[in-house]
Design a protein around this ligand. Structure first.
Ligand code: AMP
Ligand code: MG
Length: 340
């Protein structure tokens, strides 16, 4: 398809824009050690050959990502994923059988092919089989396990469209495959097992802990400080350049009125579940809404937060993006309004 010229401040490769029919080309490029951004049902991933240390180092460079923040390895089929999971990990095998292909990532003892760079030096590895067919076709065409962290610069919101991915990665990757907008819009739920007795959610996502517990009939809990941590969750993440203020549903109208009454506050972006037809639609559109607010030069984003215990994936991303929680009167203190 087309070509985008790199921006002068960037690494300087020309980034090709490919279409969903170019899965063979995209897979061949990954196999050859190049970086290719492709869509999945969660967010756009920055794909690279997971058994090639040089390709993985290039991923960290393209994302400005700390080397101790490991990558999720994507496989083309559930059978290949099951092959990588030790026999003794019954719960994680059941989780794969229940949810793969789909937005669930499992952390397992590292198989021998996992190079140290992709594991961030850990003895474990994160594994997922994406549900989106284009993604699986690209991985199958590559013929290798494909590391695919979200295609954003480290710390930024993940891209959920090819246009957003191009804005983050143009000049830093060999190609971006345009597969439309991501259906789910937030990153996968990451789980691991403790002694094959209980599952621990290391990163919340659209599959909830309660849902996994009900389906698999085992205890599933959130992460505590005693668990092996998901390293990336230490870092500031998912954050747009403008302040995000979390607002409880019942204070939404009041917060919006307060923001718009401040000098320069007219451009405040307000995000509510209602405008996205519920919290699932809100999660799907969250990063795009952040992106559009940035491009519009909004002074701040007022974001409704889900009620406690609901939509834990969306709630997690909002908490990580947020710089403050709304209280009446707080906006003039936490937001730099243009002439306020
Ligand atoms: P991303 O691919 O950008 O969506 O993020 C990958 C995240 O997966 C990392 O930031 C970690 O939180 C998690 N992860 C990857 N590998 C491991 C691992 N071996 N153990 C625990 N968490 C992991
Ligand atoms: Mg990420």
């Amino acid at each position: 398809m087309g070509w985008f010229t790199s921006r002068s401040d960037q690494v300087g490769v020309q980034t090709r824009l490919l279409g969903p029919d170019d899965v063979g080309t995209a897979g061949g490029m990954i196999r050859a050690g190049q970086l290719v951004v492709f869509p999945t049902e969660t967010v756009y991933g920055l794909g690279a050959c997971a058994i090639d240390s040089n390709a993985i180092r290039a991923v960290f460079a393209a994302k400005d990502r700390p080397a101790d923040n490991p990558l999720i390895v994507h496989l083309a089929s559930v059978d290949e994923a099951l092959d990588a999971v030790p026999r003794g990990e019954g719960l994680l095998r059941a989780a794969l059988e229940g949810y793969a292909p789909g937005p669930l990532t499992i952390v397992i003892p590292a198989p021998s092919w996992a190079v140290p760079e992709v594991r961030g030096g850990l003895p474990t590895i994160a594994l997922r089989v994406p549900a989106l067919q284009v993604a699986r076709q690209i991985i199958a065409a590559a013929g290798v396990p494909v590391a695919a962290p979200s295609a954003n610069r480290s710390g930024r919101p993940s891209p959920t469209s090819a246009v957003m991915a191009m804005a983050e990665m143009s000049g830093r990757v060999a190609a971006v495959v345009d597969g439309g907008s991501c259906a789910l819009g937030i990153e996968s739920t990451i789980i691991t097992a403790v002694a094959d007795r209980e599952l621990v959610v290391l990163r919340p996502g659209s599959i909830s802990a309660a849902e996994i517990a009900a389906r698999l009939g085992c205890p599933v809990r959130g992460r505590t400080t005693h668990d092996a941590i998901a390293p990336g969750t230490r870092y500031r993440h998912y954050t747009p350049v403008i302040p995000v203020i979390l607002v409880p549903s019942e204070l939404m109208a009041r917060a919006a009125a307060e923001a718009r009454g401040l000098p320069g506050g007219a451009g405040t972006v307000v995000l509510t579940a209602e405008q996205f037809d519920g919290f699932a639609g809100y999660a799907e559109q969250l990063y795009r809404a952040f992106w559009e607010a940035e491009r519009a030069g909004a002074p701040c984003i007022l974001a409704e937060r889900p009620p406690p215990g609901h939509d834990e994936g969306l709630a997690d991303r909002l908490y990580r993006a947020a710089s403050a929680e709304y209280r009446p009167g707080v906006l003039s203190e936490v937001v730099q309004y243009p002439e306020g």
